[in-house]
Ligand binder design. Sequence first.
Ligand code: NAP
Length: 304
Amino acid sequence: MTDIVIIGAGTAGLTAAIYARRAGRSVLVFEAETYGGQIINTPEIENYPGIKNVSGYQFATDLYSQATSLGAEVVFDKVVAIEGDSKSRFVCKLEYGEDVTAKVVILACGAKNRHLGIPMEEKLTGRGVSYCATCDGAFFRGKEVAVIGGGSTALQDAIYLSGLCSKVYLVHRRDKFRGEQTYVDVIRNTPNIELVLNSTIEDLIGDTVLEGVTIKDVNTNEMRKLDVNGLFIAIGQVPNNKMFENVVCLDKNGYVIAGEDCETNVPGIFVAGDGRTKILRQLTTAAADGAVAATAACDYLANI
Ligand code: NAP
């Protein structure tokens, strides 16, 4: 039986793995996609204390290497269910592999991109619609694109795309940005970014590839077409906790309910990172959660 199963190899999960391994515990990390979580798609990180500037890919790769070199085993398989009994043993059911039993589970599944939920969005994904500027931006070199969102991701995406594309429309539903002012300042000084504020995207134009978007001014209800080949949707995230809704308590938005101690309502199950109820979801808080959850898990193991 493994001491600690960690579900998710993002910043929170890999930090938890580092702390748990350094505390001498056996650790298995399950990851359904690639290591690194959301940060792997971030072009530049400039707000992680002690690191002036690093790409998300480099940061995630270093973190992965640090955790595995300390002896954490990372298995690329999806945990589809957790079953528990009264003896602090949790059985993790995997999509492909055999069941794994653990004394403690740390949920670090993070979040996935929120979708706009408008017609044609799914059909045109990969055909002009994207959720990742760093992954897909190069396909739109020299073309006109739009970014929707007002958080730091949308702002960063717009800045990144302005270096590749002839024009970037930044569409936001309000006239104030939620994202960092530093990025707003850069955007206001970037000639090929046009702000389209107080506006929403109503329609995606195109049958097989994106040919444009229809936007609506929320104050005047006036409709306008933007002739863009690419639309980058950056409107926040939704937590990846659906599969645990019958295991631990979630809040109305799907986040696992836990305080700064990262303890869920189930003894032996902890939560770390963006999937937890919290007021600030950042790289630093994900790493902090990983450390706290692993330390709490090790204390728990010492007392069972
Ligand atoms: P976010 O901060 O939650 O922002 C989401 C944005 O999308 C908001 O501006 C929101 O508008 C808008 N939005 C939400 N639903 C929408 C809808 N249905 N239609 C149109 N617009 C919609 O998400 P994020 O930018 O992905 O950032 C997530 C977290 O990562 C944040 O904590 C952020 O600070 C952090 N982050 C940090 C950095 C960095 O380098 N510092 C970079 C990226 C992300 P409203 O503002 O009107 O609600």
